[in-house]
Ligand binder design. Structure first.
Ligand code: RFL
Length: 414
C-alpha cells in the first residue's frame, strides 16, 4: 500500500464540490453548479472518448427537458428531435398506440441518445470554463462527516492529488467508489430481481415509427430508435443466458416472430449483451457531506426508461440545494435532498415494476402461469380502453405525475 500523504506532489487544492463521475448525473450536476456560480471539479475514471460513446438510454422525458429549459440549457445540451409522445404496445401482432400527452404545457420529451447527451453536457461544461479531469485513477474519499472532506486520486502522469471541498457528489454509478466509502450499515439497500434477462442488441437498422414494446407467447421484445439509422432491440431471455447463444440469424428470427413483423429490416449488429432486470434503492442517499446522485444511489430496471431521467432529477435537486447553501446559507434543501429524491425514485420503481410484470406476464404463460397472464392482459385492456388509465400512464411517462413536484421552478439568476 502506498503512503499517499507522502507522495502528494502538491499541496491540496480546494473547491466547493468534487463530483465523482462524468456520466449524465455528474455532468448535469457540474453544468448546473457552474450556472449557479458554484465552483466544482469533476473526476472521471475513463477517457473522454470512452465516456462519449457509451450507448444506453434514448429519451429525455418531458420533466427533464423542462428542467434543462428552466436552467437555459435545453438547446445546448439536448439537441435531438422532439419525441412525438406515441408509444406502440403490440400484443400478439396487434398494434395499440398509447400517447404520453398529459395535457400539460411546455416543451416535451426529446429523442436524445445518452451518449449524445453526455457529449453535449461535456462540451457545454468545458466551453463554460469547467474543470473536468479524465483518467483520474484510485479515487478515494476521506473525512466525509467532517467540515472539509478530502478527495484523493492519481492523475494520468502518476502523481497523487488531493482536493478539499465542502461537498462530494457521488455520481459514479452502481460500480463506483462513492457508495463503498460509506460505512457498513449507514445506508439500507432495497433490492429486487425479476428473474428475467434481456438480450440487448444495437444495430445499424431503420428505427421504428414509434418506440415499440411487444407482447408475444414467445416472450417480450422491444424496438427503440437510437438515431436516424440506428436501433436498439430487446429480447426476453433466461437471466443466465449467454450472448454467444444468440447468432445474428437467431436474433432477427426472434425479433420478427415476437414483433409480429415478418418484413422487419435487419442490419449489422454492433453490440449485444445480456443483463438481468433488477432494481435497487439505497436509503438515505446521503452520508455526511457525500450526496449520492443517479445510479450510485439507485438502479431501476429499463422498462419505462427512467434510470437516466432519475439521475437528471437527482442532479437538479442536488445543484439547487448546494446553491441555496452556498449563496443563501440555507441548508434546508440539503437536509431534505434524500427524502425528496427517494419519493420520485420509488414512484418510478413502481412504474417500471408494473410495466415489467404486465408486459412479460401477458405474453409468456410458462413464465408466470395462466392466472398472472390473465391479470396482465386485464391491465393492458384497461390501459387501451380507459381514458383515465391512459392519462395516468401518460403522466407517469412524462414524469409530470408527482403532485407538488410538477416541473422545476426557475432558478434564481446569479
Ligand atoms: P453512469 O452513466 O454509470 O456514469 C457513472 C460515471 O462514473 C464513472 N466512474 C468513476 N469515475 C471516477 N472514479 C471512479 N471510481 C468511478 N467509477 C465509475 C464511470 O466511468 C461513468 O462515467 O451513471 P449516472 O451518471 O448515474 O447515469 C445513469 C444512467 O447511465 C442509467 O440510469 C441509464 O443508462 C439507465 N438506462 C436507461 N435509462 C433511461 O432513462 N432510459 C433508457 O431507455 C435506459 N436504457 C439503461 C438503458 C441502462 C442500460 N444498462 C446499463 C443495462 C439501457 C441499458 C442497456
Amino acid at each position: 500500500m502506498v503512503d499517499s500523504a507522502r507522495e502528494l506532489s502538491t499541496s491540496p487544492e480546494s473547491t466547493t464540490v468534487v463530483v465523482i463521475g462524468a456520466g449524465p448525473a455528474g455532468l448535469t450536476v457540474a453544468n448546473l453548479l457552474r450556472r449557479s456560480g458554484v465552483d466544482c471539479v469533476v473526476l472521471e475514471r475513463q477517457t473522454r472518448e470512452y465516456v462519449a460513446q457509451r450507448q444506453r438510454a434514448g429519451i429525455v422525458e418531458t420533466r427533464a427537458v423542462r428542467m434543462f429549459d428552466s436552467w437555459g440549457l435545453a438547446d445546448s445540451v439536448l439537441g435531438g428531435v422532439p419525441h412525438e409522445g406515441i408509444l406502440e404496445i403490440r400484443v400478439d401482432g396487434e398494434p395499440h398506440l398509447v400517447s404520453d400527452n398529459d395535457g400539460s404545457h411546455g416543451p416535451t420529451a426529446r429523442l436524445c441518445p445518452q451518449q449524445m447527451l453526455v457529449q453535449k453536457l461535456t462540451a457545454t461544461y468545458l466551453a463554460d470554463g469547467g474543470d473536468l479531469r479524465f483518467e483520474a485513477a484510485d479515487v478515494s474519499l476521506h473525512d466525509l462527516t467532517g467540515e472539509r472532506p478530502t478527495v484523493r486520486y492519481r492523475a494520468p502522469d502518476g502523481s497523487l492529488r488531493a482536493i478539499t471541498c465542502a461537498f462530494v457528489a457521488g455520481c459514479d454509478g452502481d460500480h463506483g467508489i462513492s457508495r463503498t466509502a460509506v460505512p457498513e450499515g449507514a445506508l439500507t439497500p432495497y433490492a429486487f430481481d425479476h428473474g428475467i434477462g434481456w438480450l440487448t442488441v444495437l444495430a445499424d437498422a431503420p428505427p421504428p415509427a414509434h418506440p415499440l414494446l411487444a407482447v408475444s407467447p414467445q416472450g417480450f421484445a422491444a424496438h427503440f430508435p437510437r438515431g436516424p439509422y440506428t436501433s436498439r432491440y430487446y429480447l426476453q431471455c433466461p437471466p443466465d443466458d449467454h450472448p454467444d447463444a444468440w447468432s445474428d440469424a437467431r436474433v432477427w428470427d426472434a425479433l420478427r416472430t415476437r414483433l409480429g413483423d415478418p418484413a422487419l429490416v435487419c442490419g449489422p449488429i454492433t453490440d449485444r449483451e445480456i443483463f438481468r432486470l433488477r432494481s435497487l434503492v439505497h436509503d438515505p442517499m446521503r452520508y455526511g457531506r457525500l450526496f449520492l446522485v443517479g445510479d450510485a444511489a439507485h438502479i431501476v430496471s429499463p422498462m419505462g426508461g427512467k434510470g437516466m431521467n432519475l439521475a437528471l432529477y437527482d442532479a437538479d435537486l442536488f445543484a439547487r440545494a448546494v446553491r441555496d447553501s452556498v449563496h443563501d446559507r440555507d441548508d434546508t434543501a440539503l437536509r431534505t435532498y434524500s427524502e425528496r429524491c427517494l419519493r420520485r425514485v420509488w414512484n418510478d420503481q413502481e412504474l417500471s415494476h408494473w410495466m415489467t410484470r404486465m408486459l412479460h406476464d401477458a405474453g409468456d404463460a410458462t413464465h408466470c402461469g395462466p392466472f398472472q397472464r390473465g391479470l396482465a392482459r386485464a391491465r393492458l385492456d384497461r390501459l387501451f380502453t380507459s381514458p383515465t388509465a391512459a392519462r395516468a400512464f401518460a403522466e407517469l411517462m412524462t414524469g409530470m405525475d408527482l403532485t407538488g413536484d410538477a416541473g422545476a421552478p426557475s432558478p434564481t439568476p446569479r
